[in-house]
Ligand binder design. Sequence first.
Ligand code: AP5
Length: 214
Amino acid sequence: MRIVLLGAPGAGKGTQAQFIMEKFGIPQISTGDMLRAAIKAGTPLGLKAKEVMDQGQLVSDDLIIGLVKERISQDDCAKGFLLDGFPRTIPQADAMKEAGVAVDYVLEFAVPDEEIVKRMSGRRVHSGSGRVYHLIYNPPKVEGKDDVTGEDLAIRADDEEGTVRKRLAVYHEQTAPLIEYYKQAAEAGQTRHYKVDGTQSVDTVSKQLAEILS
Ligand code: AP5
């Protein structure tokens, strides 16, 4: 099962990726998490990516495509994977197609921009695992701590309102055209495209995704 999660920053992709990963036993490949890990480790990739990410812009297609190709060639991806945050541009989607990587499901999350700006101010993350929480909508069991490890939760550097608005503008310009791209692919029988109302509760969205995928 090869799945692409498509949606604006903050639409709930990372939250539902955790659910799908646990329910269907396939690895989550989050390009955002991979880049943040590279920044934390101070690798050359991380150094290049940090400035771009802090400004809410996209990292270059070449870098990202190389990163994803390497990741999906690993053994744990043999039975499928869940792409969270990739592809994010038409050239990234084309590169995957040219590499012969078919996509079984494209799950699109629809959430209006203003709702996203509100959500981001309450987001907290566990940087080690990529687990995502929200102060009100999806709170951790113990305030400020990750449910699994008990470690501290953090605020992401790019969640400040001005940066979120820039990321939304980049999304509409460079990523939203992928919706039409995958709709056409679905019409041609190359994939399945489903649009989910991402403003519903976390549990309701999870239930809908479980129905689609089973
Ligand atoms: P990335 O880490 O991929 O960020 P993003 O796509 O902007 O998505 P987010 O992680 O911000 O949001 P999400 O949809 O996962 O929402 P979440 O579940 O956390 O990318 C970061 C940066 O890396 C990019 O800006 C770019 O620079 C670079 N990058 C990454 N991939 C790249 C690529 N392919 N090419 C080029 N550059 C790339 O939810 C958000 C909040 O809402 C949480 O607090 C959550 O608890 C809450 N929430 C979730 N669902 C609900 C719900 N149903 N109701 C209420 N609250 C909810």
